[in-house]
Write a protein that binds this ligand. Structure first.
Ligand code: URA
Length: 229
């Protein structure tokens, strides 16, 4: 059994606050009977719940991409720093999208969110080899030997070996890096291991989805069909 307002908010009908008014206005029926109490317990397995006569189905699944600014931590809660959750607009927040993977506090760029656990798993699963592209500014200049080291699989300082990756130099102090896994601080550690500490890092694409001109700090809804999985 579940509270009526909780069931309707999880189904993506409206936020809990808006639902209180919708329910009190007599717009919601449970098994054809008008229910005006948001706290009413409902059997989510069997009850026929309707809003304005329309049967409410399962939760609406959403996929969002955020252009994450630096300074926000990828976490749902943090005692010190602002979190990426604060950047999700209220019209999506009540659907409870969660970050898919993470970006470091100092990294900008494309961060996906979804409330679909299976989709998140498909994007993050190491078996899927989902490619992510980063623009990095760093000390030094990447050369042919660095490109080969990335292609062969960089060994990090702790002995961990990365999967083959792509390094595409963009002139002195700038490179594109493509990886298909997500180790802690991976791009920073890969470049540092080649003597090129990172000064700026931005994820510009993931799973074929490009950040494009989405303004910093903004979100947009994405169709699953836009992903290359
Ligand atoms: N690699 C990093 O070093 N940081 C990120 O945020 C993502 C990939």
């Amino acid at each position: 059994m579940q509270r009526l307002d909780k069931l309707l908010s999880e189904a993506g009908v409206a936020s809990r606050k808006e639902l209180k008014n919708i329910i009190r206005a007599g717009r919601v029926t449970v098994d054809s009977i008008v229910v005006r109490s948001p706290e009413q317990k409902v059997d989510e397995q069997t009850a026929a719940v309707c809003v304005d006569g329309q049967r409410v189905g399962k939760q609406r699944m959403i996929l969002l991409m955020l252009h994450k600014p630096a300074g926000f931590v990828t976490s749902t809660d943090d005692p010190r720093d602002p979190t990426v959750m604060e950047l999700i607009p209220p019209e999506y927040a009540y659907l409870r999208p969660m970050p898919v993977g993470r970006l470091d506090k100092d990294t900008e760029g494309l961060l996906l969110f979804t409330n679909d656990g299976q989709l998140a798993h498909r994007i993050l699963s190491p078996k899927k080899e989902v490619w992510k592209r980063y623009y990095a500014e760093h000390e030094g200049e990447a050369g042919e030997d660095d490109i080969k080291a990335f292609a062969d699989g960089i060994e990090l300082k702790d002995g961990d070996i990365c999967r083959p990756a792509k390094l595409i130099p963009q002139g002195a102090g700038k490179s594109l890096v493509e990886i298909c896994e997500g180790k802690y601080h991976q791009v920073r550690r890969m470049l540092a291991s080649r003597g090129m500490p990172v000064t700026y890092l931005k994820r510009i694409s993931e799973a074929g989805l490009v950040l494009g001109d989405l303004p910093l700090g903004h979100c947009r809804e994405v169709e699953v069909s836009e992903l290359q999985l």
